[in-house]
Design a protein around this ligand. Structure first.
Ligand code: ASP
Length: 411
């Protein structure tokens, strides 16, 4: 009970940090440079601390998760379910984004300000390059650069290696276990600073993007947020109810802390420590499942980003007078699903991957310039969806696996 109280107070602290950050941001609107120069750095320090610990946490928790599954086949079956869930929900997410943007004519009534139209497209990698980039060419660099997909591949290889080494792998397993615990403790210390971190992250965003920047593109923001919310309420509520018999209310309540943090930090990877804790402690997901499904999700599963890409593609098409055919919209669903895998879980990366989606159907990449000004606002919402989707998947995969084990025992 005492423990419960303590955790509640951290959520309350984060909410207070968020609210104070917004108020301070509004007050500092005419002095955004101050917020940028003196408040933002504290947010950066906080995110940097999280980034420092997140690589060891991902590496060690995935290895630990795989070792505790004990059997290569079992890892395979959980992996397939996880990836299948991620792919299906992401495809659904783009579809919802496209539907909302089409039905609500997201681009209607917007006048194109010609001076804004220059966007230097950062080349988004093609499919084959994305595929090659998943695999590391050495062990050190991916860890140093926090290239998450490669870190995951390294973790999977070592996890399998330790299982296959049997008796001789025991020492390695113990070392992983011990360092994993140490990393989690470090993570716990950093998480305690969250209220300050959230304050320092949100304040400069509000100061820089006050109502002035938001108003002209309010419709894009509203359509994207409507799609984000409907996707979470429909897809995640249904899947946790259907696969795990969990009440959606319990799910969202348990997720409140990671969701608030996602909103303020716009970084799935940064939220990972919160997500690991919330799914285990509040939603009852077994640690070995969570520590495999969540880091993978923070890297490849981006439903919110997919929704955003659908909405922006239609917005840009409508502004430039393109009529997208059904087959072009299907192409968008496919590319956005793939693009979301390649999107890194850090602020702003979804916008870079939007280039790939626009190019796939021949839409002008310059259109990104129109939404670039409000990207952070869209990013905060899409990150909330991204991490909530990871958690929903961990709840479902955990429940499916428990059922499978119960059946096996009954035989
Ligand atoms: N910021 C998002 C995330 O970390 C990725 C994106 O930019 O869409 O999940």
């Amino acid at each position: 009970m005492k423990n419960e109280k303590k955790k509640l107070s951290l959520t309350v602290q984060i909410v207070i940090g968020l609210v104070l950050g917004v108020i301070a941001g509004l007050l500092l609107q005419n002095n955004a440079a101050f917020a940028k120069e003196y408040i933002k750095p504290f947010g950066t320090i906080y995110l940097n601390l999280i980034k420092t610990i997140v690589v060891p946490v991902v590496l060690l928790s995935i290895i630990q998760g795989i070792i505790s599954l004990e059997d290569v086949k079992k890892v395979g079956s959980i992996g397939i379910r996880t990836v299948a869930y991620y792919m299906c929900t992401t495809a659904l997410a783009v579809t919802i984004g496209l539907l909302f943007a089409n039905l609500l004519s997201v681009g209607a009534g917007y006048v194109l300000p010609s001076e804004e139209l220059s966007y230097e497209a950062t080349a988004a990698p093609g499919f084959m390059t994305t595929l090659v980039n998943i695999f590391p060419s050495n062990i050190i660099q991916p860890l140093a650069n926090a290239t998450m997909l490669q870190v995951i591949v390294i973790a999977i290889l070592f996890g399998f290696g330790i299982i296959l080494a049997g008796e001789k792998g025991k020492v390695a397993a113990n070392v992983v276990d011990s360092f994993a615990e140490v990393s989690f403790k470090i993570m716990g210390m950093i998480i305690r600073l969250s209220a300050i971190g959230v304050f320092a992250l949100i304040c400069p965003v509000v100061a820089e993007n006050g109502p002035k920047v938001l108003l002209p593109l309010l419709k894009v923001i509203l359509v994207a947020y409507a799609a984000y919310i409907i996707h979470m309420l429909v897809v995640y509520s249904t899947s946790v109810k259907l696969f795990a018999g969990m009440s959606p209310l319990k799910f969202f309540k348990g997720m409140s802390q990671p969701m608030i943090f996602a909103f303020s930090s716009a970084s799935s990877v940064g939220v990972l420590p919160f997500n690991l804790e919330a799914t285990e402690k509040k939603l009852g997901v077994r640690k070995e499942i969570g520590s495999f499904v969540l880091p993978l999700g923070a890297t490849i599963n981006m439903d919110g980003t997919a929704i955003y890409q659908g909405v922006c593609a239609i917005f840009i098409a409508q502004i430039f007078g393109f009529d997208l055919t059904i087959s072009q919209q299907i192409t968008i669903i496919l590319t956005a699903t793939l693009a979301s895998i390649g999107t890194a879980g850090v602020p702003g990366s979804g916008m870079i991957m939007l280039t790939m989606v626009l190019q796939s159907v021949g839409l002008p990449v310059e259109g990104i310039a129109l939404v670039a000004g409000i990207d952070r606002i869209l990013d905060m919402g899409r990150t909330v969806v991204n991490i909530t989707g990871d958690a929903a998947c961990s709840v479902c995969v955990d429940a499916m696996d428990k059922k499978r084990e119960a059946k096996k025992l009954a035989k």
